[in-house]
Design a protein around this ligand. Structure first.
Ligand code: RUQ
Ligand code: CUA
Length: 660
């Protein structure tokens, strides 16, 4: 106890010193962090747990990072859209199918917006969904195993940016195309895009029990850029809202030509109504090609299926289901408050932020208070839907999250600050600088009816002088605020992986007691699983050699293998026989053109090796698993092609070539 107090004390002195001595980065408004108890607020003593999980997108790393709040400690990087040699994701035979697409194997992705599944309008801690921007995809990650279990590709889309946001009972995940493109793709002059390109807005259904995703339907919207989205909730449940830009449909000199219109739109889509239309036969099945990759936790193996059709709906087929709400120019974020009444458009080039009212929108629709249409979709009169404008709140508004007390928190990229404001009264309450150029922000449960509103995490694009320099490339970062009081209080800076876009968070209780600790050997249905050392074997089938191997502290079985030849393809199918929590073993083979495997207790995983030279080649365990970890090793003898050395193998107490 004494030591804990002491370290808290030392930490707070340190924190006070670091902050008060300032640096080029200290600006006014940093005062919050001067209060002496800040260090205590983020201090999680050794052996203690954080109160919240934060899942922060890895941006151009393609991954998802898991942090604890309030400590800002990084626990795990979950590989999602990019290969990860540390975890053999995308390298092992079992996980390679996860990265299959209609363009073939794509080893990298750009992940932006994680969102946690919901039940009755609250996050439920079952899955995280996250979009991939570049090769349009959505992934589902299990919050039991913290592994990617499913990836589905989105056809007819390009730049899957307004994704992967979840409705309040996880009915749907949405995906809006950032780029308008020919739909379906075809060869045509780019200058003719106007009216010819389209914008796919896709609704993925989610299986209630297993989370499996499927494309329910795809709307062929006008060829605008669909940037961000949020679902309605409470009274607006059943609707989805998307910000659009480039309603000019320009294709060149975009920074000028896509900002001509004074107003762009928020698209309001009544998906419940569309469901009814679909039930009555609306839409057409159109040919498409997209991969659906599914992980099976029984066989520990992923499969990839190429799908061939998608249900496409033209807005003209679903009258009364889609409207455009005029919104201050080039909006980025599109956010809905916890009550579902206010829809906020963050017009990144505008001096004011647009706050629309759902109640007014319904009335306007009833009254047909329209201002013409765009490609047949009614444009609601601005005054008939607008609750009000937040005037001059800052420069470059990007994203807004909410607390349960009626406040919005908006990030301003250009003026580098977070502004707290009252959504109903449209008054600014507090503002706090961030370091620097903030993009998204996250309040745990932010995209739900019940934000858990103690903390706010701001995610910054630029850090310059905030950390020790590491050459020209410096880290991006997150900043943690305490928002329980009237004023926001800056508590902590912590670096992130890749570029953090959005994040999702929730109370630790929702997840930590359900976590998978081991895979039961009895349940292991992998084709090459071995349940005991006695089941291990080596088999030759033509030029393939299949080694069914086991690993346990501190040996491999078999550990000496002979009869392999140059030109063979050797499959190491390795089962970790341990049944204890946190006892993985690894395996790596000299010269293998793939990564090591890191295998969890009870799991079977495979890597391949194509020996190119004769010799006796070692393999070893890569994870320091016991005092005898260094002894956990073996050899493979490689003979010339066509040699008559027979396949033979031994366990670690036998000598090769001797009879058992
Ligand atoms: S983005 S920094 Cu990819 Cu959500 Cu706004
Ligand atoms: Cu097993 Cu080291």
């Amino acid at each position: 106890m004494k030591t804990i107090f002491k370290s808290v004390f030392v930490l707070s002195i340190l924190a006070t010193f670091l902050i008060s001595c300032g640096g080029p980065s200290s600006k006014k408004g940093n005062k919050g962090a001067l209060s002496g108890n800040v260090a205590e607020k983020v201090y999680v003593a050794p052996g203690e747990h954080d109160s919240h999980y934060a899942f922060i997108s890895g941006g151009f790393s393609g991954q998802l990072a898991v942090y604890g709040l309030p400590s800002g400690r990084l626990f795990r990087v979950i590989p999602v859209f990019s290969q990860d040699p540390e975890k053999a994701y995308g390298y092992s035979e079992e996980t390679k199918p996860m990265l299959n697409t209609s363009h073939g194997f794509v080893p990298w992705g750009d992940s932006h917006h994680p969102d946690i599944s919901q039940t009755n309008g609250s996050v439920d801690g079952r899955w995280v969904f996250i979009n991939e921007n570049n090769t349009p995809r959505v992934a589902r990650i299990s919050l039991k195993t913290f592994e990617t279990e499913e990836i589905i590709e989105i056809p007819n889309s390009a730049g899957n940016h307004s994704s992967a946001f979840v409705t309040e009972n996880s009915e749907y995940i949405v995906c809006g195309t950032r780029f308008a493109v020919p739909f379906p793709q075809r060869d045509m002059p780019i200058k003719d895009m106007k009216g010819e390109f389209k914008g796919a807005v896709t609704f993925l259904s989610v299986d209630k029990d297993h989370g499996n995703m499927d494309i329910a339907f795809q709307l062929r919207m006008p060829g605008f850029n669909y940037d961000l989205a949020h679902p309605g909730r409470g009274k607006s449940h059943g609707w989805f809202f998307f910000s659009t830009y480039n309603t000019e449909e320009a294709n060149t000199l975009m920074e000028v030509n896509a900002s001509q219109n004074d107003k762009d739109f928020i698209a309001a889509i009544n998906w419940k109504k569309i469901e009814e239309y679909v039930a009555n036969g609306a839409g057409k099945k159109m040919p498409a090609k997209y991969a659906h990759n599914l992980w099976d936790d029984d066989t520990h193996t992923a499969t990839s299926t190429m799908k061939k059709e998608v249900l496409v709906i033209d807005p003209s087929e679903v009258p009364g289901a889609i409207y455009f709400l005029p919104t201050a120019k080039s909006p980025h974020g599109c956010d809905v408050d916890p009550t579902g009444e206010y829809i906020i458009g963050n017009g990144k080039l505008a001096a004011a932020m647009t706050v629309h009212s759902f109640t007014k929108m319904q009335k306007a629709i009833e009254d047909k208070a329209f201002d013409g249409d765009a490609y047949g979709i009614p444009i609601i009169q601005f005054d008939a839907v607008n609750h009000g404008m937040l005037q001059q709140p800052g420069l470059g508004p990007l994203h807004t999250e909410f607390d349960t007390r009626g406040n919005g928190y908006t990030t301003f990229f250009i003026s580098s600050e977070v502004v707290k404001w009252n959504v109903k009264d449209l008054t600014v309450i507090d503002r706090h600088p961030v370091y620097y150029s903030v993009g998204h922000l996250m309040i745990p449960g932010g995209n739900s009816r019940t934000p858990d509103d103690k903390y706010l995490v701001a995610m910054n694009k630029i850090t310059k002088d905030r950390y020790l320099p590491t050459g020209p490339e410096v880290c991006q970062s997150a900043q943690l605020f305490d928002i329980s009081g009237e004023k926001m209080e800056l508590l902590l800076d912590f670096p992130t992986i890749g570029e953090p876009h959005y994040a999702a968070g929730c109370a630790a209780e929702l997840i930590k007691d359900n976590t998978t600790k081991i895979y039961r050997l009895d349940d292991n249905k992998h084709k090459y699983a071995v349940k005991t050392e006695a089941e291990t074997k080596v088999e030759r089938i033509g030029n393939e050699v299949h080694i069914s191997m086991s690993m346990i502290r501190s040996h491999f079985a078999p550990d000496n293998i002979e009869g392999v030849q140059v030109g063979d393809k050797v499959f190491f199918h390795v089962t970790n026989l341990e049944q204890d929590y946190d006892v993985p073993h690894g395996i790596a083979m000299i010269g293998a053109n793939t990564s090591e495997l890191l295998i969890m207790p009870g799991r079977t995983t495979t890597f391949t090796w194509e020996p190119k030279e004769v010799g006796v080649w070692p393999f070893y365990c890569t994870d320091f698993c016991s005092a005898l970890h260094q002894e956990m090793q073996g050899y493979v003898r490689v003979s010339p092609k066509g040699s008559n050395v027979p396949i033979s193998y031994t366990l670690d107490d036998e000598i090769p070539g001797e009879e058992l």
